[in-house]
Design a protein around this ligand. Structure first.
Ligand SMILES: *Cc1c(COP(=O)(O)O)cnc(C)c1O
Length: 462
């Protein structure tokens, strides 16, 4: 064994303690440091060490060269994109995931796979899905959408009497994927799947909304020759609008379509009795995408993919090899996603669900919604700022009342950068900013602090 490596092995408990101390310092300092450090050039690249100097020095180098450049994205006022943090239990679960380093993809060594199935069962219950849905962990909502649409593609083949997984996408005729306000990752998934970005057909949304117009969807389906794929959106990133999933499902008797629902963070509305109606009808979907590194507050990367047609999923992703088990009625995870080796990413989700339960996660979701409403209400009082949509759930989409140019919005973002991280967007043609609340640490005091920072900066903007 390399001498440095052997020395680290001998000192493993001390090294883990040192790492734990570094993590504790980072987490206790989270609230005090700038949400996004001032932009700085990356450090000069270091040469690859010939002989290393061990984990302790690597830790010191990380802490001096890289850590100060990191944002406080795990903290309470990082409101860009849709960003979750990591609950204490989720963090513990993630540490132990690396510690045990399981490759949880088959029954040959099956405990990890069983743990994932238990966790999927809990998630299914959390989101009000019936046990007609099976689920698989994947790395994020993009991957979850990709897997869901791969199953949809196989279903189109089944309808046409061909096997896409055997004969390729060329065996299908032209495909139409209909959606009102799809997330950008849907187009990416279609590119990956060989269906092409051009297969995505935008269906008109309701006036002033991002929710699909069911009557327009009805007409678009009537215009589609043969079976179609519908991507329903349960929580859009700009205004957290929801398609009426029941109305979409009600079109089924008249049209033949696969219903994939992108509920990346909108599925969490189900946890809040006052908001559960937004995602009502989710269970009727043939496939469902839910992100977990957003509102479940587990570390990156984690999402789940649900489907009612695991048989088709296994047809697409089966990985036959002499040393892997047969497919059977309950296929191993190796046969269900683009991955073969499979990180036990379910463990962080298992930990946080086991630690805080449905009520603990309901409280996080409701507190984040309350924060979004508090910020929305404060910005509404500010003559310099303007809301672009009502706060339906956990996102505030707003802009400058005067001259909302991308440049002025960038200046505003920068002026508040130490206090809050926001991301730019364009909504209905208007450049805007978004504040998305999905971190378990955020409180109403944070929301009011953000409102105050925006009020001051907007006033001083020239
Ligand atoms: C975040 C998000 C995605 C993509 O998720 P990743 O985890 O970044 O891959 C897809 N759809 C919606 C609605 C999202 O909010």
């Amino acid at each position: 064994m390399d001498r440095t490596l052997a020395a680290d092995l001998a000192r493993l408990p001390e090294l883990l303690d040192a790492t734990r101390r570094a993590a504790t310092e980072a987490l206790t300092g989270l609230d005090a440091r700038p949400v996004v450090p001032p932009a700085a050039a990356p450090p000069e690249p270091e040469p690859l060490p010939g002989h290393g100097s061990g984990a302790e020095e690597a830790l010191a180098a990380f802490r001096s060269r890289w850590e100060p450049r990191f944002s406080a994205s795990a903290g309470p006022r990082y409101l860009g994109f849709v960003t979750g943090g990591a609950t204490p239990a989720a963090l513990a679960g993630d540490w132990l995931t690396a510690t045990h380093d399981q490759n949880s993809n088959s029954a040959l060594d099956g405990a990890g796979q069983h743990l994932e199935r238990e966790t999927v069962g809990w998630l299914r219950e959390l989101f009000g899905l019936s046990d007609a849905h099976t689920g698989t962990f994947v790395s994020g909502a993009t991957q979850s959408n990709t897997v869901g649409l791969a199953i949809a593609r196989e279903w189109l083949g089944e309808r046409a009497g061909v096997s896409v997984s055997e004969d390729g996408v060329g065996a299908l005729g032209p495909v139409r994927v209909l959606s009102g306000a799809p997330h950008s990752s849907v187009a990416k998934a279609l590119a990956v799947l060989g269906l092409g970005r051009a297969s995505l057909v935008r269906v008109p949304t309701l006036p002033g909304r991002e929710a699909v117009d069911p009557a327009a969807l009805d007409r678009a389906l009537a215009d589609t020759p043969g079976p179609a794929v519908v991507v329903a959106n349960a929580g859009t990133v700009n205004t957290v609008d929801f398609d009426d999933l029941r109305a979409v499902d009600a079109l089924r008797p008249r049209h033949d379509f696969w219903l994939h629902t992108d509920a990346a963070f909108g599925a969490f509305a189900a946890l809040s009795p006052d908001h559960a109606h937004l995602a009502a009808g989710l269970d009727a979907s043939d496939s469902v995408c839910v992100d977990l590194h957003k509102w479940l507050n587990v570390p990156y990367d984690s999402a789940v993919q649900f489907t009612r047609r695991r048989d088709l999923q296994a047809r697409v992703f089966q990985n036959s090899a002499a040393y892997l088990g047969p497919l059977g009625p309950d296929p191993d995870l190796v046969h269900l996603t683009p991955e073969n080796s499979h990180r036990l990413r379910a463990l962080a989700a298992w930990f946080t669900l086991r630690a805080y339960g449905r009520e603990g996660h309901r409280e996080i979701v409701e507190r984040d919604i309350d924060c979004a409403r508090a910020l929305g209400a404060a910005l509404e009082q500010d003559p310099a700022l303007r809301l672009l949509a009502p706060v339906r759930l956990n996102v505030v989409c707003f802009t400058l009342a005067e001259a909302p140019t991308p440049e002025r919005l960038a200046a505003l973002r920068e002026a508040v950068g130490a206090e809050v991280f926001l991301t730019p967007t364009v909504y209905a043609g208007t450049p805007a900013l978004r504040a998305a609340f999905s971190n378990w640490r955020t409180t109403r005091a944070d929301a009011l602090r953000v409102a105050e920072a925006l009020r001051t900066a907007a006033k001083e903007l020239v």
